[in-house]
Design a protein around this ligand. Structure first.
Ligand code: ATP
Ligand code: MN
Length: 462
């Protein structure tokens, strides 16, 4: 079995030819007057390969085992297909069955199973149409991300997953420990993490940003792309406890440059998906969200709207809408507010800047008004916030003051403060949640359906 064998994608694109092999899993099977029609898929593209088994070509005992879900290899001739929608099909002469699938118990047998049900069989759902399309597009977004940054001279850096500092100061972190949970060492009534593996309390990172900032002050342009973890107990359709984030960071870059990079990057991803994922996108447009392609084509062409937080609050106050969370200057923007702005009021992506310092992280650069910081959130229809970023505070004294003001311990940030002592550069960056982006380009409604194996409060199976 050579890894260079033909994938179904290649077979479907090739001219008729004799003696080819096709590998895959059986999607459907239909029998008519001794002739059998089998569709197989190997994940290489959305379309299945149609295999026609002429009457008597394959022994009956083998035919019986070609059931939905079975893993097979067909050998035969690739011929022009009389059926519409496909150029070629395979006339089978032989079958090899690698793995049977009991048609009675195979859980993907049913058509039209709900996404909720499919989440309970995450190990098998990837063989279905929807998830095939989701994960091919996820793959393309990842690849396009590397291409985008690499082409622009950004260094890809692998920031650590275990971290001692709480990047956001939000406190929603998972502790990483080897202490005996039944009987942890204690000091002054509290668990004594000095005796733990890292000789201190350590966490799963919520963001690679603080580390990537060190690299930006040596390599100028860099980015990290890895898993991040949030222990917030929110079971929404847009939050995961483990998700993947792309975080570019640039030295010699202010908020304006940061916003321009974010807009260019999002448009690049959209263009890439439109160019390279046409079949999968057509499926989403037809079956999941009828506005998906139209939206992407529109966004590709239009300039993102840019407004300040203060202007956003005015628009919300004048909206005449009744929101669950009332609006006033100083409040955090909730999903309903974000969606009103980007969906109803403006009708395209909006970048909101200059938020009150109280609702943003300590490292964002203070504006001269001393009330707002150089933050920016990119909001898109259907999703709300897709990117969060800022220009970073590069002044040592201001940063130290902000850490104290936020009530954070100074000690874990000594090295982060050091960056501001030695050759501090003005710099900016942002974080894009890969799964939010994938929801946006596919129209999938629940974030649990765009990550291979989801982790949320109460669930980490598979
Ligand atoms: P939100 O307000 O939507 O909870 P946030 O402000 O906490 O997000 P940031 O800390 O700014 O998010 O993270 C940057 C990006 O990471 C977000 O814009 C979003 O795309 C993504 N993101 C944040 N939290 C999650 C999560 N729990 N699950 C999936 N993606 C997330
Ligand atoms: Mn944010």
């Amino acid at each position: 079995m050579d890894y260079r064998r033909n994938y179904i994608k290649h077979l479907l694109e090739s001219q008729p030819k004799q003696s080819v092999s096709a590998y895959g899993w059986v999607k459907t099977r239909r029998d008519s007057k001794g002739v059998h029609f089998v569709q197989i898929n190997d994940g290489s593209c959305f379309a299945d390969l149609q295999v026609v088994i002429p009457d008597g070509a394959i022994a009956e005992d083998l035919i019986k085992r070609i059931t939905v879900g079975a893993c097979v290899r067909f050998e035969g001739d690739l011929v022009e297909s009389p059926a519409s929608g496909q150029r070629v099909e395979l006339t089978a002469k032989h079958v090899e069955i690698f793995g049977d699938a009991d048609p009675v118990s195979y859980p993907l047998q049913k058509k039209g199973a709900s996404f909720e049900f499919l989440r309970e069989i995450s190990h098998l759902r990837v063989r279905g149409n929807t998830f095939g399309a989701v994960f091919r597009i996820r793959n393309e977004l990842s690849w396009a991300t590397h291409k985008f940054f690499h082409d622009r001279g950004f260094l890809y850096v692998h920031t650590p997953i275990i971290s001692a500092s709480d990047c956001e100061g939000a406190g929603a972190m998972f502790t990483v420990t080897t202490l005996d949970l039944e009987n942890p060492p204690r000091k002054n009534e509290k668990v004594d993490f000095a005796q733990d593996f890292f000789a201190r309390q350590a966490y799963l990172t919520v963001s690679g940003q603080l580390n990537v900032e060190c690299f930006a002050q040596a390599f100028t342009n860099c980015y990290t792309f890895g898993p991040t973890f949030r222990a917030e107990n929110s079971s929404t359709a847009r939050h995961l406890a483990e998700f993947w984030m792309i975080e570019p960071e640039q030295a010699f870059c202010d908020l304006e440059g940061n916003i321009n990079l974010a807009e260019e990057y999002l448009k690049y991803l959209i263009e890439h998906v439109l160019q390279n994922c046409a079949q999968d996108l057509a499926f989403f447009n037809q079956r999941i969200e009828p506005t998906v392609i139209e939206t992407l084509e529109h966004v590709r062409e239009s300039a993102f709207e840019r407004i300040t937080y203060t202007e956003a609050i005015k628009l919300l106050e004048q909206s005449g809408e009744t929101f669950e969370y009332p609006v006033s200057w100083g409040c955090d923007l909730q999903s309903e507010h974000e969606r009103y702005l980007t969906e109803k009021k403006i009708g395209k992506p909006v970048i909101v800047t200059d938020y009150p310092k109280q609702i943003k992280a300590f490292y964002m650069r203070m504006n001269d008004d001393e009330k707002t910081v150089r933050a920016m959130d990119v909001l898109v229809p259907r999703i709300g916030e897709i990117i969060g970023g800022s220009q970073r505070e590069e002044r040592h004294d201001v940063l130290l003051h902000r850490i104290r003001e936020a009530g954070l311990p100074e000690e874990p940030y000594w090295w982060y403060l050091d960056l501001r002592k030695y050759g501090s550069a003005p710099h900016s960056g942002f974080g894009l949640g890969l799964e939010r982006m994938l929801m946006y380009v596919t129209g999938m409604k629940n974030i649990r359906d765009v990550i291979p194996f989801y982790r949320v409060p109460g669930s980490a199976e598979f």
